[in-house]
Design a protein around this ligand. Sequence first.
Ligand code: NAD
Length: 298
Amino acid sequence: MARIAFIGLGNMGGGMAANLAKHGHDVRAFDLSADALAAAEKAGCLPVASARDAAEGAEAIVTMLPAGTHVESVYADVFAAAAPAAVMIDCSTIDVATARRVAEAAAARGLVAVDAPVSGGIAAAQAGTLTFMVGGSAEAFGRAEPVLAAMGKAVIHAGANGAGQAAKVCNNMLLGATMIATCEAFVLAQRLGLDPQTFYDIASVSSGQSWSMTSYAPLPGVGPDSPADRDYQGGFAAALMLKDLRLAMAAAADTGADTPMGARAAERYEAFAAAGQGGLDFSAIIRTLAPREPGSPE
Ligand code: NAD
């Protein structure tokens, strides 16, 4: 059992902190929201008054915050309280440059930090089945790994600091583009008179297969249960996909990488969010392609 600081108890962090407590860790939890703190207390964490209080005496400091600016400001505060043996673990999805800056600032104080963004949504955070992609030294990874293992099903060392965020941004750019491509294929299949379930049965065992197709089919009643079956409520919000695509586009611009499909996906999700649809699951992007719902008249 370790003493662990957990800062950022929102949709994701709330479930993650609860899993650490379930594993018997002594979790000192902080969030700006009183409701989030109350929920963490119910889940077995000890609510504290500040990020600094949470970090005091902790062996690991975990953050799950909205964006890079929050991460940078919280760590600026936390560094002063962190014990030299503590490992800082930022699980938020942020830009690679900020992740590296935070790690350098930690190193300048003799502290170690990893970036450890996640794949898997709110349900995986609650179930403790997240995938963590971790950037940092081998030593830092070794210290972070047992903490992350209590919250996930896979913990993968991606490379040096920033490599976890790099993997996340590339994965989600791929996901955004394959989701739109999967939606297009379903729409065209219907226009050609194919039954969507029959097309699913074929494509999910053929070379067009992808996670967007097999595990998350964007049409109601097709494939396994997915947000499409709940009118695109819950799941992974289109606004969060847009956030990740913006990070990917910024990274592509920084590195001179040519990412035309990612850029097109970012444009489509920009327009979708601007039309007020950002709260829907990201597979609802199929609505912009005007499909026929299965069973509806021609
Ligand atoms: P959220 O907005 O629900 O939670 C963020 C929490 O951080 C909030 O409770 C907020 O009060 C708290 N917070 C903000 N600033 C703070 C500060 N200075 N000190 C303490 N607490 C502070 O967001 P979320 O959905 O939990 O996402 C968190 C991160 O995880 C994001 O970076 C997101 O991109 C990433 N992520 C989310 C999902 C998802 O499905 N929601 C999936 C993968 C990754």
